[in-house]
Write a protein that binds this ligand. Sequence first.
Ligand SMILES: Nc1ncnc2c1ncn2[C@@H]1O[C@H](COP(=O)(O)OP(=O)(O)O)[C@@H](O)[C@H]1O
Ligand SMILES: [Mg+2]
Length: 261
Amino acid sequence: MAILEVKNIHKSFGKEQVLKGIDLSLEKGEVLAIIGSSGSGKTTLLRCINFLERADKGEICVNSQVIFDAQREKKYTEAEIRRSRLNFGLVFQQFNLFPQYTVHRNLTLAAEMLEAKGLKGEDKKRVLSEIASRADKLLEQVGLSEKKGAYPVELSGGQQQRVAIARALMLSPQILCFDEPTSALDPELTGEVLRVIENLRGDDRTMIVVTHEMEFARKVATRVIFMADGVIEEEGDPEEVFTNPKSEKLRSFLSSSLEKF
Ligand SMILES: Nc1ncnc2c1ncn2[C@@H]1O[C@H](COP(=O)(O)OP(=O)(O)O)[C@@H](O)[C@H]1O
Ligand SMILES: [Mg+2]
């Protein structure tokens, strides 16, 4: 059964049609890499899936439940949107950590608001301690246990992004989405972030990774989608997409990406 289904998503900004009918479906445990030139609509697609934008047309389902239907007449309430967003963990290009909080607090904040709200006494203490140890485990998983008391400004970009990944995992999202997670980093820091993402794959996590790291996409993804001008121009198994591209647009995209190295 598909964990995520995106059906016929359209999105325009003013007169510009950015997404022109995107369909995709993801099974649990799949790692989908989305590649494509700048401006092809990758970020807009992720933002539509995550309710940061409203698609003009189309439908989004998680575990066969419709979480978004552009045709629905009733407006989505804030509470509905928040609930839908819980299906997704998000990691952006800019790490967006809270600068005023420690690394550990960056992880626990949202979970406390959600899970400890309204609790008192022993119940509250138990939940808070469970949240704190969950944060400890995730920091260990991304190799940053010793930085739990540090502030974001004291970390390298790569470390900040690893914290952002751990934070995105705190609420155990069904689907983890990355939007060019390494493109704001110096080249020598991308490896540590890509390795953390690669290691998450083993836990049967479903992930969507928008990336311009072609080697990474080839190695880690179970499927690759190439977007061009608001449509899925080509998709398939990574080996197939990278070694035997069918469309002219993908061929020229791949050769220009290779030139950059
Ligand atoms: N909020 C917005 N308002 C107007 N135009 C936008 C907005 N967001 C994206 N666009 C336009 O949509 C197109 C696709 O952008 P984007 O989804 O960011 O592409 P990508 O992530 O593939 O580089 C671009 O032409 C961009 O200028
Ligand atoms: Mg983008």
